[in-house]
Design a protein around this ligand. Structure first.
Ligand SMILES: O=C(O)CCC(=O)C(=O)O
Length: 250
């Protein structure tokens, strides 16, 4: 399947799109429950990855934390958007989740991964594409992602002292939808002024010639590799490793 010309234009010009109805209510309930359990367990065993003054928590390496997460890796409703942006050989860089608890403040604007270390002007074409899979309705009040539409076209990184860009938007979108965006869009998690946690699964992808943030090739559990379809195997990065015959001669 290919995305429509209108969807292509939205991504090219605005740098983001909301894909509706990707996850069902039943799937959302299962993911929310498991992620909240994992988040608590990781706090208890002191491996929790906390941020934003401990009001935000990443649960990382999800593909190794339950078969239920594997169906996100090559989801047919989302793959065509990654393919359009990153080429049909794209790879997964991370599969995580971000829980933004009540009282969390605005996170700092950033561009994703290596873009933050690259000199300006940043490349004109997408290198990284991020996607947030909403496990509750996102609103400007509950931590809905703040982002600056079209900022990928500035070819710049956000200034570190910029608090609120005049063109900023805060995501308002239904649970079950996926907010997919060019990693060069200036973005951050928003403040959560409600009493409920805001939860997103995060599937972050990159071009096949870039280093993934998670070394799936070496650290995926054997049973996860066994269950991978050829498409998933490629997305994990197994098909984009340095290959023979370019081996060093001894
Ligand atoms: O959770 C969010 O709203 C933003 C996540 C984010 O900034 C990222 O994945 O780079």
């Amino acid at each position: 399947m290919r995305i429509s010309t209108e969807q292509q234009r939205q991504l090219d010009e605005q740098g983001y799109i909301v894909i509706p109805d990707v996850l069902s209510n039943a799937e959302i309930d299962v993911y929310r429950k498991r992620l909240l359990e994992l988040a608590e367990l990781e706090k208890e065993d002191k491996t929790a990855n906390l941020h934003t003054e401990n009001k935000g928590q990443l649960v990382r390496w999800l593909v190794n934390k339950g078969e239920l997460f594997e169906k996100l890796v090559a989801h047919p409703k989302v793959v065509p958007y990654f393919e359009y942006m990153l080429g049909s050989d794209y790879t997964l860089s991370t599969l995580t989740s971000n829980i933004i608890s009540p009282e969390a403040k605005d996170g700092p604007y950033h561009v994703d991964n290596a873009l933050g270390q690259m000199p300006e002007p940043l490349p004109r074409f997408p290198l990284f594409v991020n996607s947030l899979w909403l496990l509750n309705d996102f609103t400007p009040e509950n931590g809905g992602t703040r982002f600056v539409p079209t900022s990928h076209r500035r070819l710049k990184k956000p200034p570190s002292d910029l608090m609120n860009d005049p063109e900023e938007m805060r995501l308002a979108a239904k649970k079950g939808s996926v907010f997919l965006f060019n990693g060069a869009i200036w973005h951050a998690a928003g403040a959560n002024q409600t009493t409920e946690p805001r939860i997103a699964l995060i599937c972050f992808c990159c071009r096949s010639f870039l280093k993934q943030m998670f070394d799936f090739v070496h650290y995926l559990k054997p049973e996860v590799i066994d269950r991978a379809t050829p498409e998933m195997y490629r997305i994990y990065g197994f098909d984009s490793q340095p290959k023979p015959p370019d081996t060093p001669g001894d």
